[in-house]
Write a protein that binds this ligand. Structure first.
Ligand code: HEM
Length: 213
């Protein structure tokens, strides 16, 4: 989106952003239709996809689209989310960090330890959702499995689905709370000040040309 200003640095590339926001749309439809069957109070949510019947047909396809999008994000972001020795410093300072105190140098790379935990939980949930979802997909596969496998798949799908929705609610809350991060995911750019405040080690590595984006 336009040329970056002098004090800005690239945080997220165009294809990564496109993938992220496409996942958001597909996740919205998959999650709301799923919730509509799980909690009767939310049955009205299946109308986001037209009719309840349409929601029933489309839900698995939106789910698969989320899985494919996350495969791309996994490939692009996995190396930034591997555990680092410096993650310990973030965990030890989680209270001041949450209180908005950025005075300490926490040696945070491209993503902080909390984001890394979230990244791996999202990836684990989508794998469980995909496998259990395929097993219980009535139109194509469910008939090949015994009833106890279907029951287990339905249980796993429900737990992972609600778990992922809760994780994403936390993710959205934190994205709004850390001002500037949504702009980074929309335009691709963050200010050098933002980077130094929230991801100090990454900012230094970018400045010295040691890190890729
Ligand atoms: C309205 C909904 C959402 C908002 C506002 C949002 C916002 C963001 C922002 C701002 C970032 C960049 C954080 C940074 O640069 O430090 C990000 C990263 C990310 N988001 Fe979202 N997001 C949303 C929904 C989702 C959904 C539904 C998923 C997956 C199911 C998802 C998965 C991810 C992943 C995997 C990353 C990369 C984080 C990492 O590598 O550690 N997001 N999101």
């Amino acid at each position: 989106m336009g040329k970056p200003k002098k004090d800005q640095i690239l945080r997220t590339k165009f294809l990564e952003r496109l993938c992220h926001w496409s996942i958001v749309v597909c996740f919205f439809f998959a999650a709301t239709s799923g919730i509509s069957w799980f909690f009767p109070t939310f049955s009205w949510m299946s109308s986001f996809l037209g009719t309840p019947q349409m929601a029933r047909v489309l839900h698995p396809f939106f789910g698969i689209a989320v899985f494919l999008g996350l495969c791309y994000m996994f490939k692009r972001f996995m190396h930034h989310n591997l555990p680092a020795r410096t993650d310990k410093i973030w965990f030890q300072n989680v209270v001041p960090v949450l209180a908005g105190d950025h005075s300490r140098k926490l040696r945070i790379g491209k993503y902080n330890a909390g984001q890394k935990v979230l990244f791996w939980l999202i990836m684990a949930s989508i794998v469980v959702l995909l496998i259990s979802g395929l097993i219980m997909w009535r139109a194509y596969f469910a008939e090949y499995f015994p009833i106890w496998v279907l029951r287990l798949a339905i249980l796993a799908h429900s737990v992972a689905g609600i778990g992922l929705i809760l994780l994403i609610m936390g993710h959205i809350y934190l994205a709004i709370w850390v001002r500037g991060s949504i702009t980074g995911m929309v335009t691709g750019y963050v200010s050098k000040r933002w980077a130094a405040q929230h991801h100090d080690r990454w900012a230094e590595e970018i400045e010295s040309g040691k890190a890729d984006h």
